[in-house]
Each structure stands twice: as C-alpha cells, then as structure tokens.
Design a protein around this ligand. Structure first.
Ligand SMILES: [Ca+2]
Length: 358
C-alpha cells in the first residue's frame, strides 16, 4: 500500500543513467512524454511526434528577412567559404530554402529526397507538399562551423506585389493546406468521446520534469566542461581563449595594446614637467632623483623596484624623459589596482627604443 512511497524513493536514488544529454532526452521523450501525446492525439491536432533525428541533429539557425539584406552573405561569412546552391545579388536571388549542413562531400540534395531521409530532421516537411519541396534543398559540405550548427537560408521576404506574383507561392500554399487540414481534422472528431483524464500519464511527466530533467541538466554542465577549449586561430589573438575578451586585455598594463601610438605619450607632457625639475644631465636623471619623485606614490619599495627595472629599458641606471614617463605610467597602472607585467610588453616600449630591443 505504500507503493507510491517506494516508487518515489527509488527514483531519487537511482535516476536513469544516461551517457549523453541527447540520448537522455530521447529516451525520456519516448518513455514518458510520448505516451501522453499519443493518448490525447496531440500529433493529430498540433504537431507530429519527435523522431530520433530531432534529437541527434545539430542546433539550427533559420535566417529570415527582407531580400538583399545579406542573409546569404552572412552565412558565407560564418563559413568562410561558398556553399553549393549559393546565389548572391542585389535582386531576389535565393529563391529556395537551403539547409546548409555538414557533409563529407560537397553537394546538393533535393527536398524530395530530404523528407524521406530518417537521419535528417525534415521528414515532417512532407506535409507541405510538392510546391514547397521543389523549393527546398540541402547544401552539404565539409566545414568546421557546420560541425556544430546547421543554418537555413530562406528566400527574402517580399513586400511588393510584382515580386510576389513572379515568385512561386509554395509557402502560402503550404500554410493554406495545413490550415484546411487541421480544420478537417477538428470536424471529424467527436469531442464527447475525448479521452478522459489519466492521472498516471500526467504524474509520469511531472516526475520527469522534477527529477529526470534536473539530472540531465547536471550532465549538460559535465559535457561542457569536458569539451576541449577552443582557442582563437589566426590574427592578433592567435592562441588566446577569448580574444579581446580575455582577462585583463586592454586594461592596466595592457591599455593601448591595439593603438598605433605609444599609450604613455598621452600623459607624457605632464610627466615631462616633473622630469625637468629633477635636474636632468644630458637628458637623463639619476636613480636617486628618480627615487625621490617615485616614492611619493606611496607604493612599497618592492613594487617601485620592479617598476624601475621595467622602466630603465637600456639598463644604464638612469632614466631619460621617455623612461621616466613609462615609470610614472606603470605607477598609475599599479595604483589603479592592476597587476604589473613581469616583462615589459612591446606596446609599452617607447618607439625610439624599439629598435634597440629587437
Ligand atoms: Ca635608462
């Protein structure tokens, strides 16, 4: 008589063990949600049942918009290459729905073949009829971007009457067809005989939402941490993980890293004024005079020592006006709470000394 208690406990102790999130979702759908959908004829009134392909396929991006807004150009930019069936131009060019997907060989699969392929998530589109399928193709090609996502290019949406007429009305026909089909279905149903409430089916779904899905969410995080970290390839950010969004990029000692001008030059006139009060000889001030000024920052001697080493670029024990400005710049960086670099980054080296260093 306490079977409900036993049931519930067992569930908490031994949640279903799944290898991957998509396997888990697939199994949960088939064992817990699908029976409910079937019982209430959800597939007849609303949408067809999900198939394996709906779980196994990559996330899909559908690009929708006015014609000539650059939808196809955008896809080409993402892929960094052309795709079969691609047409770009000022006038309505893409006149079909093109599913751009990963494939070992480059090629185009027509819509009629796509809707019978159980590995592709397009089988339900069969319902839209030939008018639509004639305007639906899959462009297959090997591409690293497509290993993670699929993209669907669509014909531009037309507002003008002239263009609308000159184009096929596949989509419009398909929508009309589906609306009349659902109308017919509703009429043929006897709502007095609609299935009575079956609590067990609802409880199963409740349980799935409360326990199984929660368990899968943990698995999502695990899968993500196990993924190899993708490094940026090529360009100024080669080898970094987050490009310009990496920790500390462009801040503190990294400020001015992308600028053509030496970042220290911005405040150099201010530092120069102090420099000329420190009795420079042949354009350089002594360590003792520099120290007198630098301790005013109240930074600990260990930090100032590090700044001195970074700033005395030619290691002659003296600071010229550029080195002194650099020392003050580094003091500012430290006072603003940033870390000091162990080696002076290239962009902080005064331009006049860059040749000396190389
Ligand atoms: Ca020096």
């Amino acid at each position: 008589m306490f079977s409900w208690l036993g049931n519930d406990d067992r569930r908490k102790k031994d949640p279903e063990v799944f290898q991957t999130v998509s396997d888990g979702l697939k199994k949960l759908y088939k064992t817990k949600l699908l029976p409910l959908e079937e019982y209430y004829k959800f597939h007849e009134f609303h949408s067809p049942a999900l198939e394996d392909a709906d779980f196994d396929n990559k996330p899909m991006i559908l690009l929708v918009g006015q014609y000539s807004t650059g939808k196809t150009t955008f896809i080409r930019y993402l892929l960094e290459q052309d795709f079969p069936g691609m047409r770009i131009g000022p006038e309505p060019t893409t006149d079909s729905f093109i599913a751009v997907m990963q494939g070992d060989v480059e090629g185009v699969i027509p819509g009629n073949a796509l809707v019978v392929d159980p590995k592709k998530p397009f089988r339900k589109l069969n319902a839209f009829g030939n008018a639509f399928l004639n305007r639906f193709v899959c462009a297959q090609l090997p591409n690293p971007v497509l290993e993670s996502i699929s993209v669907i290019d669509t014909p531009g949406i037309l507002s003008g009457e002239k263009q609308r007429i000159s184009r096929g009305e596949g989509l419009r026909t398909a929508v009309r067809y589906n609306m009349s089909r659902s109308g017919d279905l509703m009429q043929s149903q006897d709502f007095n005989k609609f299935q009575p409430l079956k609590n067990k089916l609802l409880e199963t779904v409740d349980e799935m939402l409360a326990h199984d899905i929660a368990h899968l969410m943990i698995l999502v995080r695990q899968e993500e941490t196990q993924k190899p970290v993708q490094m940026v390839k090529g360009g100024a950010f080669e080898g970094t993980q987050n490009g310009p969004f990496g920790h500390g990029y462009g801040e503190g000692a990294g400020e001015g890293i992308d600028d053509a001008d030496w970042v220290v030059a911005r405040d150099k006139p201010m530092y120069d004024e102090i420099f000329y009060t420190l009795s420079p000889v042949n354009g350089k001030i002594t360590g003792a005079n520099a120290k007198r000024e630098m301790v005013k920052s109240k930074l600990p001697n260990t930090v100032l020592g590090k700044i001195w080493k970074l700033a005395d670029i030619d290691k002659d024990g003296l600071l010229d006006d550029e080195e002194f400005a650099l020392a003050n710049h580094l003091i500012k960086v430290k006072l603003e709470g940033h870390e000091l670099p162990n080696d002076l980054p290239c962009h902080l080296i005064p331009p006049s000394k860059r040749k000396v260093i190389e």
